[in-house]
Design a protein around this ligand. Structure first.
Ligand code: 6PG
Length: 254
């Protein structure tokens, strides 16, 4: 349907192989086409599901030196804090493969949330100028080669939570919130215009606690459909859902 391609796998092992294949293929295609791969990560269970990228064959076949890494969302905590999405990715992935340190665009942890969001947007603007990050065909928005998202049981993606005013943000690329219902409260997040300008967006969701939100995000639920953040992910590029069986269990056509 127009909600993208839906991949359902029986086990977490199969799902993580599928995800590693997908990321490796996009990386190869992007490096071939533009010489670089600009990828944005999220927090949560996503990073451990990407773990196979550190193993054979991917650890040898992926051209890590061409990766430029960003975060779709980050918690406003120190980089060595257990809640840090940067730390999660560094420990689980980035420290295990030959990434170029200067290509890792983490969010400043020594300024306020507002300053960190502004700084991050400015940094992305510079990288759009030099085309490390492409530019959208329809606006001046950055066009990431891939944005990887998780989804919460409430349907949030990145740090875009249901009924939050930042869902209406049209101008800013990166913004901050101080009232996240999921702790910690202060977060930096890509806005919907940036997510929806990406060439590829993958939403990776596991577990039965998310089955209802998966149904509301993907199925044709009619005009009463709530404005679920995950349903507002409608990229110009390609959208793919990576689901395990429990997460897919309430889909109309599982
Ligand atoms: C965060 C963010 C987001 C995350 C989703 C899903 O936690 O920092 O909100 O980046 O991907 O919350 O997280 P789980 O996969 O752990 O449920």
């Amino acid at each position: 349907n127009d909600r993208g391609e839906v991949k359902v796998r029986d086990s977490l092992d199969d799902l993580s192989t599928e995800l590693a294949d997908y990321i490796a293929e996009l990386s190869e295609a992007s490096v071939k086409e533009r010489g670089v791969f600009a990828i944005a990560l999220s927090g949560g269970s996503l990073v451990s599901l990407m773990g196979k990228l550190c193993e054979a064959p991917y650890n040898k076949t992926v051209d890590w030196s061409k990766w430029y890494i960003f975060w779709a969302d980050e918690r406003v905590v120190a980089k060595n804090h257990t809640d840090s999405n940067y730390k999660l990715a560094k420990d689980g992935l980035l420290s295990k493969v030959p990434i170029v340190p200067s290509h890792v665009h983490s969010i400043n942890d020594s300024v306020s949330a507002e300053e960190a969001a502004d700084e991050y947007e400015f940094a992305i603007r510079q990288l759009v100028k030099t085309r490390v990050v492409s530019v959208s065909d329809n606006s001046d928005c950055p066009k990431f080669d891939l944005i990887l998202l998780g989804m919460g049981p409430d349907g949030h993606v990145a740090s875009l939570f249901p009924n939050h005013s930042v869902l209406n943000e049209k101008d800013e690329w990166v913004t901050f919130i101080t009232d996240s219902p999921k702790p910690p409260p202060e977060r930096i997040t890509f806005t919907l215009p940036v997510i929806n300008s990406a060439s590829n967006v993958a939403v990776v969701v596991t577990g039965d606690s998310k089955a209802e939100a998966v149904h509301l995000a993907i199925d044709d639920v009619g005009p009463d459909c709530p404005s679920l953040p995950a349903r507002m992910v409608q990229p110009n590029g390609k959208l793919v859902w990576f689901l395990d069986k429990p997460a897919a269990s309430k889909l109309d056509h599982p």
